[in-house]
Design a protein around this ligand. Structure first.
Ligand SMILES: Cc1cc2nc3c(=O)[nH]c(=O)nc-3n(C[C@H](O)[C@H](O)[C@H](O)COP(=O)(O)O)c2cc1C
Length: 150
């Protein structure tokens, strides 16, 4: 029996990105394939510094593996309506490690999200959970399909 490994790493502040990463990991495991997927949340136009440092620390080994990246952010349906390109720092990391593709998923802030700014956004009616499970799963299956084709 062959051993297939999936590494899904992520940088999160309040857990919304973890939920996306878990779903990607579960779907890839079910498909039984190898991949590295690195995701991070967006704050004030910046990708998670933890995800960024992870990419930089492991650049050498990631360069030799198939890598996909994602961002979690928009608190509306915009990520479903258009392909939102990676912010410039993510585009640089992708180039550094030769990552295959990037996807932006809707993010989430709810009444349980800590922090003054999250509360302020909710107060302005900008909150909600915009992570779309179907879109996340489809992307993970797309990764599997690319790996099978390779
Ligand atoms: C203070 C604050 C700033 C944010 N800035 C952005 C942003 O610049 N771009 C974006 O797409 N989403 C932004 N968001 C939305 C977050 O990226 C979204 O809630 C994300 O899912 C959070 O993931 P996490 O819980 O894993 O940290 C912001 C949210 C907060 C609370």
């Amino acid at each position: 029996m062959s051993t297939k490994r999936v590494l899904v790493a992520y940088g999160t502040k309040h857990g919304a990105t973890a939920g996306i990463a878990e779903q990607i990991g579960k779907t890839l495991r079910e498909d039984g394939l190898d991949a590295v997927v690195l995701g991070g949340s967006l704050y004030a136009g910046h990708w998670s510094s933890k995800a960024k440092h992870c990419a930089e620390r492991n650049a050498e080994s990631l360069r030799h593996r198939p890598v996909w990246m994602f961002s979690s952010g928009p608190l509306d349906r915009s990520a479903e309506e258009d392909d939102i390109p990676p912010v410039s720092a993510v585009a640089r990391e992708m180039q550094l490690i030769g990552a295959r593709e990037h996807m932006t998923f809707g993010g989430s802030i709810t009444a349980h999200t800590p922090g003054f700014l999250a509360k302020a956004l909710l107060h302005e009616g900008k909150g909600g959970d915009f992570r779309n499970p179907e879109r996340i799963q489809n992307w993970a299956h797309h990764i599997s399909a690319e790996l099978v084709a390779a």
